[in-house]
Design a protein around this ligand. Sequence first.
Ligand SMILES: *[C@@H]1O[C@H](CO)[C@@H](O)[C@H](O)[C@H]1NC(C)=O
Ligand SMILES: *[C@@H]1O[C@H](CO)[C@@H](O)[C@H](O)[C@H]1NC(C)=O
Ligand SMILES: *[C@@H]1O[C@H](CO)[C@@H](O)[C@H](O)[C@H]1NC(C)=O
Ligand SMILES: *[C@@H]1O[C@H](CO)[C@@H](O)[C@H](O)[C@H]1NC(C)=O
Ligand SMILES: *[C@@H]1O[C@H](CO)[C@@H](O)[C@H](O)[C@H]1NC(C)=O
Length: 361
Amino acid sequence: MCPLFTLRVIFCTLPLLSVPVHCQCTKTPIIFNFGDSNSDTGGFADGLGLNFAPPNGRTYFHQPAGRLSDGRLMIDFLCESLNTSDLTPYLDSLGPNFSNGANFAISGSATLPRFVPFSLGVQVSQFLRFRARSPALMSKGYKDLVGDGDFQNALYTIDIGQNDLAGSFDYLTYAQVVDKIPSFITEIKYAIWNIYQSGGKNFWVHNTGPLGCLPQKLALHGQNASELDEHGCLHPLNNAAKAFNAQLRALCEQLRPQLINATIVYVDLFSIKYDLIANAPNYGFQNPLMACCGNGGPPYNYNANINCGRTGHTVCNEGSQFISWDGVHYTEAANAVFAAKILSTNYSSPEVNFNFFCNKM
Ligand SMILES: *[C@@H]1O[C@H](CO)[C@@H](O)[C@H](O)[C@H]1NC(C)=O
Ligand SMILES: *[C@@H]1O[C@H](CO)[C@@H](O)[C@H](O)[C@H]1NC(C)=O
Ligand SMILES: *[C@@H]1O[C@H](CO)[C@@H](O)[C@H](O)[C@H]1NC(C)=O
Ligand SMILES: *[C@@H]1O[C@H](CO)[C@@H](O)[C@H](O)[C@H]1NC(C)=O
Ligand SMILES: *[C@@H]1O[C@H](CO)[C@@H](O)[C@H](O)[C@H]1NC(C)=O
């Protein structure tokens, strides 16, 4: 194992104290996650009855596992850091275990349009239904659910926005995409408010990654050298992601004084991901802009008609250090680095650990 992947000793820093306190989760930590394929642990596969094809899942699960990656996602590593099992998708109807929370994230999800499965607002509606039904079912003797008192101690994690930006670039100019960003941020604001009003107090918000470094985007729009930055990423797409992130950070700052007794942690995933792509060799990675699994070969190995898992795809050797799995999603090796960086607290504002909420139990 590369030392970079070793998760550091976990310290709990209470938001208002500067002294780090060594701490453990004394009860089962409970997490509710909302988002897209960056954190979908099987919801799309459960909901549509359609698992992602091999070689998805090959590295860790040794079979497709409802994740768009060769292995674990960031959320899986974050759960491991709390010694809790992987989050069960809300749509898992076959013996689900929700005792440590539920995952509402579905691949392809965006904040808008509203009311369309599985937009962020729909995911929050599903959560509110879970919020109401779970304690009622427990009182009837059902097991492996979340009790009434545990929702306010739970952690609510949100990672969404990438599909809003990516989808907008399909038919809008850069300026028009930037004009739409406030409408995406407003949906995230509603989501946080609705969860807060149901009793949630601990929020963990990931910003959006460098869209312009995805092999998929580069294969489709990367021919114009004047749009590429020093590391070969598309700066219009990355600038839109940065504009989104500036507004998301401002939203978190705006909500902190409004949501009494809540903690809202904003995590700069853009910097974490861009740093790995820009400095890939320092981390033992190669070909930061090329998909491991895809079609077409260098420079990007991405072909929209022959995606990873489709007949005709090629895949890098197991053990080779690629950052991009399929041109859009990251490899387990990259996700492990991202999770270690998240857990370092260097990219969090305020600088609290992922397990900060365990103290409140
Ligand atoms: C997870 O388990 C390890 C080993 O028992 C322990 O040192 C660590 O504090 C635990 N982490 C949490 C967040 O409980
Ligand atoms: C559900 O998960 C919890 C915590 O991980 C565990 O204690 C419990 O045994 C599980 N239930 C079943 C039926 O496996
Ligand atoms: C290349 O990108 C620049 C900057 O966005 C733009 O002005 C120019 O029209 C583009 N050229 C082509 C051939 O698309
Ligand atoms: C905030 O927490 C304090 C102390 O637990 C409590 O007295 C107060 O009612 C809480 N306020 C709100 C708005 O939740
Ligand atoms: C976090 O920041 C500290 C201090 O700048 C640095 O020593 C450490 O390497 C950083 N950790 C990560 C994972 O970036």
